[in-house]
Design a protein around this ligand. Structure first.
Ligand SMILES: Cc1cc2nc3c(=O)[nH]c(=O)nc-3n(C[C@H](O)[C@H](O)[C@H](O)COP(=O)(O)OP(=O)(O)OC[C@H]3O[C@@H](n4cnc5c(N)ncnc54)[C@H](O)[C@@H]3O)c2cc1C
Length: 450
């Protein structure tokens, strides 16, 4: 191993910052390199590629597939429980509804990873406080107690937490290619570069100093064999403070396909995630990729509405996002909340946006968390991956970060004959131990602030 045992985390979105916190918290020295830090100021640039800027964010797995989703969601839930207990972190508990106009037969795989999951009875579904479209003949669905991240507050808190425990945040090395980082004095790299992850890994293959050396069953090839895929999401940010109804709640609502559908003809869902700084109304899930800066893939089926953007341009979004949500909100608010009228009267409260949910194009595993080993200029280096979380990066963040922590503690440390940080035996690395360390850290900060 080199003398500098610090671990380089590449990427400052939700995956990077949670991974950096866990590693730093248990005693590894880390450095977080990022091209951009998330900023949620109303006038901040929101590139579609930087996914963390586009989540509201609810803690439930959407637009992702992996055999590990339920496990990661369950681990994350325990970390969110710790965070929600501390006012000011930007995490709260609230009821979440998933409602469908077509009958639902199957229980979702995540049902056991969330609190108080249950199917709604016909009587509950007809309660005016439960989301329903005015023309719906029947509805089906479930509710559970979800954690919800007020992304602007929460992500800022995570960066503060990381700084508090000695984490360092730096800009990208050189041109931001993998070789630029491998040339630095680190042995272990965690790749959390999001949508650019595939190209980022490939960038090192042009460098004669970099030789892919998996050679042991624990290690994967450097280049990702599964191609990338984007799931485009349109949404409206409505500058209205406060929550809908007396208690905060959120929903996803899927009407019949004849009302709103995707390019494959299947019913598509809209959602409302009210934050305290703005409501986030979505959405769409259009599959495709970017080619030469242009979207190549699914288009909106049906009508679109053109909204003005703050930068002076405009953006067309599926009209269902406003119309269906307005219809549902009018009912749940008992006629008090007429969103279409609010938007007509004061169009500047609406900011339209598009974000890309990035996955690997695989039905069986769209998330990559394996480890690769390369020889770079004669030195052995490890690249741990943590990308492809689709519409669930916040939801899966702590679970995936925990897997990275375990990978560092087993595959990499064993192979490099290194040890876990002082005070941590390998058998200690259970998520409840790490979660307790986070609780202690938050308590320490609270008592110091007091
Ligand atoms: C519309 C929409 C709604 C969503 N809603 C939810 C939700 O409700 N709940 C939920 O759990 N998830 C949601 N998601 C998904 C979630 O936003 C993503 O899964 C998550 O943000 C991915 O985070 P990330 O850190 O992996 O990637 P990103 O957020 O894309 O971050 C990548 C980071 O890598 C940096 N980077 C890139 N290349 C380099 C380089 N070479 N060197 C250094 N840094 C580099 C970038 O600057 C950036 O900081 C939503 C996504 C979208 C688009």
């Amino acid at each position: 191993m080199n003398s500098d045992r610090s671990i380089a985390i590449l990427g400052g979105g939700i995956s990077g910052v949670t991974t950096a916190i866990l590693l730093q918290m248990i005693g590894y020295r880390t450095v977080l390199y990022t091209c951009a830090e998330p900023s949620y100021e109303p006038d901040a640039a929101r590139p579609s590629e930087f996914a963390t800027l586009h989540a509201a964010a609810s803690v439930l797995p959407h637009s992702v597939s992996s055999p590990n989703v339920a496990r990661w969601t369950g681990i994350s839930r325990e970390f969110f429980r710790v965070l929600a207990a501390r006012a000011g972190c930007g995490v709260r508990g609230q009821v979440h509804y998933e409602i469908f106009e077509d009958p639902v037969l199957a229980m979702p795989a995540y049902a056991e990873s969330v609190d108080n999951f249950r199917f709604l009875t016909a009587e509950e579904l007809s309660d005016t406080r439960v989301p329903r479209r005015s023309g719906a003949r029947e509805t089906h669905g479930w509710k559970f107690d979800a954690f919800f991240c007020e992304a602007p507050v929460y992500v800022r808190y995570l960066y503060l937490l990381y700084a508090e425990i000695g984490g360092r945040v730096l800009g990208p090395a050189g041109n931001g290619g993998l070789s630029d980082y491998l040339a630095l004095d680190h042995d272990i790299y965690v790749n959390c570069t999001g949508v650019g992850a595939h190209a980022f890994l490939r960038s090192a293959t042009n460098d004669a100093r970099c030789v892919d050396a998996p050679s042991e069953p624990d290690f994967e090839p450097l280049i990702d064999p599964v191609p990338p895929k984007l799931i485009r999401g349109h949404y409206l940010r409505i500058d209205t403070k406060g929550v809908v109804g007396e208690q905060p709640f959120s929903y996803n609502y899927k009407p019949l396909a004849e009302i709103y559908r995707n390019a494959a003809g299947a019913p598509a869902d809209v959602y409302c995630y009210p934050r305290s700084d703005a409501w986030i109304l979505g959405g769409s899930r259009q599959e495709g990729r970017i080619d030469g800066g242009r979207w190549v893939g699914d288009q909106t089926v049906g009508e679109e509405i053109e909204f003005r953007r703050r930068d002076g341009g405009s953006l067309a979004v599926p009209s269902a996002i406003l119309r269906l949500n307005a219809d549902i909100l009018l009912r749940v608010s008992n006629g008090r909340l007429d969103l279409e009228r609010m938007v007509r009267d004061d169009p500047v409260i609406v900011s339209p946006a598009i974000g890309y949910r990035f996955v690997r194009d695989s039905e069986s595993d769209s998330v990559r968390t394996g480890c690769s080993r390369v020889e770079f200029g004669g030195a052995r280096k490890y690249i741990l991956n943590n990308y492809g979380h689709g519409g669930s990066g916040f939801t899966l963040s702590w679970g995936c970060a925990f897997d990275v922590l375990q990978m560092v503690g087993t595959v990499v440390d064993r192979s490099a004959r290194a040890v876990m940080p002082r005070g941590w035996a390998r058998s200690d690395v259970r998520y409840d131990t790490v979660r307790q360390a986070l609780a202690n850290l938050i308590a320490r900060l609270v008592s110091r602030e007091a």
